[in-house]
Design a protein around this ligand. Structure first.
Ligand SMILES: [Zn+2]
Length: 211
């Protein structure tokens, strides 16, 4: 797989360029543009949270713990609750990452990319950003995520498919050996799409267009 630096530099270069263009085009405030660039970078690093590397699991848990606490603060306006919940949030996520995930499992897959992109949309929506900008947030997180998956596949090819059997294990839709986690991801995705009106309308329209 491509290393941390390759993923970070590529994701940052692409997301910063596209974010600059989008910011100039839509006259977004600078902070919005910077946030988009940052989301692209996060998306570009996110799939490897299942790598099992202690440092990555620790940093991921800290970041997710901080983001979860931020949402608690924003919704309940209670700084003490947010601070108190930070440790259980971070510990819980760290436990989940180190116990339940397998590298190149469901986190290196397209359905998880879509699910987390919708998560970014809801995050921006909950923070009361306009629908249009929330869609941008989803696109940047998802775009960075896809760049990571494609890079991993390119790296597998560079090493030679015959020598490196990891080809096809990054940009995947389903893998039999990890069927429970894939099934759970697809089920969650279906529920999320069902309860997101504009996505549900889009899916229904697409299905009607096919038949
Ligand atoms: Zn990877």
């Amino acid at each position: 797989m491509a290393g941390f630096q390759v993923h970070a530099v590529t994701a940052l270069a692409i997301s910063a360029s596209v974010a600059s263009y989008a910011t100039a085009w839509h006259h977004f405030p600078l902070t919005w543009g910077l946030s988009l660039g940052f989301l692209g970078l996060v998306g570009g690093l996110l799939p490897d949270i299942d790598s099992g590397e202690a440092r990555i699991s620790r940093y991921s848990a800290l970041i997710f713990g901080a983001v979860s606490s931020l949402f608690v603060y924003l919704f309940y306006q209670n700084i003490w609750a947010a601070l108190l919940l930070f440790v259980p949030f971070a510990k819980g996520i760290h436990y989940a990452l180190t116990t339940w995930t397998t590298h190149r499992g469901v986190f290196h897959s397209v359905p998880m990319c879509v699910l987390l992109s919708i998560g970014a949309y809801y995050g921006a929506d909950l923070l009361r950003f306009p629908h249009f900008y929330a869609l941008y947030c989803a696109a940047f997180l998802g775009g960075g995520y896809l760049v990571h998956l494609v890079l991993d596949e390119i790296w597998s090819l560079r090493k030679g498919i015959s020598k490196h059997c990891s080809f096809g294990t990054a940009l995947q839709f389903f893998r039999r050996s990890f069927w429970p986690s894939f099934l759970a991801t697809y089920a969650l995705l279906a529920v999320v799409v069902y309860y997101t009106p504009f996505l549900r309308a889009w899916v229904e329209q697409t299905i009607r267009g096919i038949y």
